[in-house]
Design a protein around this ligand. Structure first.
Ligand code: DGL
Length: 263
């Protein structure tokens, strides 16, 4: 059995680097491989067929890069493709690889509040899938889940337009005033979490960069068969399917010393 395998983090673009940063802070010893399918961003406005196709292409590529476990940081890809990957793709293609998503850990944290009302803000495809509502209702069928698609936010964050993003966030927050918690169901939204918190000071804002590292740590603690295959040389390899100056700058702001390369 190989002992130098990597933790893979997948996203449709660069948003997943925020979670990767949290992983590396909590578990710096491991070797990480990041892959952003930026050539096909945004997934959130694509059809389910397109999202599944691009996610599967990415999984094949990441498995070939020696990833033992892959965290799909992209909420849209988790919503549309994770079940297929776990139930159909992996058993045939790579039964020893583990692929996990972000929805279940997020739902676990969101339901820690004592409230019947939970909000979800995400891309159009994630909201259309109703995955958060479905998983929340598995925990408590009586929950009132307020779902809202926010197609404007990803392009505004990608283009560094945080001022306009704030106008939209302010507007969206009116829908969540009565919620006990609000799930930021998109890789990019942790970058807006302070704005959400400003408009909704009494609501628990559930931001995946603050919860996923602990969940992964706990998972690895419970799955020795994966843990023992992971290399612990602190190596990082960050790749995207399409590279431009802007994305290099975004990556550099998060990781000054790790180059972002084209796959
Ligand atoms: N990564 C996507 C998500 O978390 C947001 C960006 C996109 O639409 O591709 O849903």
């Amino acid at each position: 059995m190989s002992k130098d395998m990597k933790i893979g983090v997948f996203d449709s673009g660069l948003g997943g680097l925020v979670i990767t940063k949290a992983f590396i802070k909590a578990m710096p010893q491991f070797n990480y491989f990041y892959y952003g399918d930026s050539a096909h961003l945004p997934y959130g406005e694509k059809t389910s067929g397109q999202i599944l196709k691009y996610t599967l292409q990415s999984m094949r590529y990441m498995i070939a890069q020696n990833c033992k476990i892959i965290i799909i940081a992209c909420n849209t890809a988790t919503s549309i493709a994770l079940r297929y990957i776990q139930q159909r793709f992996l058993p045939e293609y790579s039964p020893d690889t583990k692929v996990l998503g972000v929805v279940i850990p997020t739902v676990e944290v969101a339901t820690e509040v004592n409230s019947q009302n939970i909000g979800v803000v995400a891309t159009s495809a994630t909201i259309r899938s109703h995955i958060y509502k479905t998983e929340l209702h598995k925990i408590n069928p009586d929950l009132n889940v307020v779902e809202l698609a926010a197609p404007e936010l990803v392009p505004l964050i990608e283009s560094n337009n945080f001022e306009y993003a704030e106008d939209f966030v302010g507007e969206y927050c009116n829908s969540f005033k009565n919620c006990g918690s609000l799930i930021l169901g998109c890789t990019h939204y942790p970058l807006l979490k302070d704005i959400f918190r400003k408009y909704l000071p009494d609501v628990k804002i559930v931001s995946q960069d603050e919860l996923m590292a602990e969940k992964l740590k706990d998972y690895l603690r419970r799955h020795n068969e994966i843990y023992t295959c992971l290399g612990q040389n602190g190596l990082r390899d960050f790749k995207v399917s399409s590279l431009n100056k802007h994305s290099q700058k975004v990556a550099q702001n998060l990781f000054a010393d790790i180059p972002l390369l084209k796959a």
